[in-house]
Design a protein around this ligand. Sequence first.
Ligand code: NAD
Length: 292
Amino acid sequence: MNDLLDEMAVVITGSGRGLGRAYALAAAAEGAAVVVNDLDVDTAEAVVAEITEAGGRAVVSGHDVSDWDAAAELIGLCVESFGRIDGLVNNAGILRVNRPEEQTERDTLDVVNSSLLGTVACSTHALRHMCEAGRGVIVNVTSGQQMGAPVMAVYGAAKAAVATLTYSWSQDLQASGVRVNAISPNAHTRMADVYEEFLGTRATGQNVGIEPESNAPLVIYLLSELSEGVSGQVFRFDGQRLMVCAHPTVIAPDAYLPEGRTARDVAAVVAGELAGLFQPSGIRRISAPMFQ
Ligand SMILES: NC(=O)c1ccc[n+]([C@@H]2O[C@H](COP(=O)([O-])OP(=O)(O)OC[C@H]3O[C@@H](n4cnc5c(N)ncnc54)[C@H](O)[C@@H]3O)[C@@H](O)[C@H]2O)c1
C-alpha cells in the first residue's frame, strides 16, 4: 500500500512547534515533501532535522505568513524545492486573551494578522499555482472560539473569518479541482498555556492530556485523496470525538414586514413570529458567560 501523501508537496505554516509540528511530521511520514514554516526559525529547523533523519524530505522557512511578499516567497520556496505545491495547511496563529474593554491595538493586529491575513496571503499565492495545475488542497485552521467565547472575541472573530474564507473559497473553486476545508483542533500546546496564564487560579488545565499528534490524522485525511469530494466543511476534533460544524445560516420562518414599516412593526414581529428564535452562542450553544 502506498503512503497517503506520496508525490505531494505541502506547506505547513507555524509548524515549528505544537499542532503544526505534529502535522508536518505526520505529512512527511505519509510520503509528502514538506515546507516547515515558522517565524521562530530555530524550531522549524529542528523539525526539518527530525524529518530528514527519519528519511523524509523537508525544507525550512522562517517567513512571516502575515507579510504578503514573504507569503509569496514561502509558496515559491515549495515550488522551487519540490517542483510543485499540492497542499497548504494554514496553521500559524497567535492567541491573545483580553477582556473587551482592555483590548489593545497591538494584540488586535497580532491576532488578526497571523490567523486571517496569513491565511489569505498564503492561500492566494498557493491558489495561483493550484488553479493552474487543476488540483490542490487547502486546510484552514479555525477554532471553537469562532462561535463566541469570553475574553477571546478578537481571536474568535479572526477564526470565524477563516471559517468564512473556507465556505466562500470552496464555492469560488468548485470547478477548479482545488478543495478547501477547515479544522477546529484541540491540544495542550503553548497556546493553551496563554489561556491558563490569563485564568490564573481559575485555571483547570486547558486541554491537558490532548496531544497535538492526536489531531494529525484529520489533517492527513483532508490533504489526501481519502477526502476526495469533500470541500467547504469545518471539522472539529476534541481529542476523542470528531464533529462537523454547522455553517452560519438564517432561521426559518422569515417574517414579512409591511411597506411603510416602522420600528414598532419590527418590535411586533420580533415579539410575534420570531419569538423563541433567539440563538444562544458558544461552542455548545451556552450563552451564559463562563466567568465575570
Ligand atoms: N491548541 C489548541 O487547542 C487550538 C485550538 C483551536 C485552534 N488552534 C489553532 O491551531 C494553530 C496552532 O496552534 P498551537 O496550539 O499549535 O499554537 P503554538 O503557539 O504552539 O504554535 C503556533 C506556531 O505558529 C507560529 N507563528 C505564529 N505566527 C506566525 C507567523 N506570522 N508566521 C509564521 N509562523 C507563525 C509560532 O511561532 C508557533 O510556533 C493556531 O492557528 C491556533 O489558533 C489551536
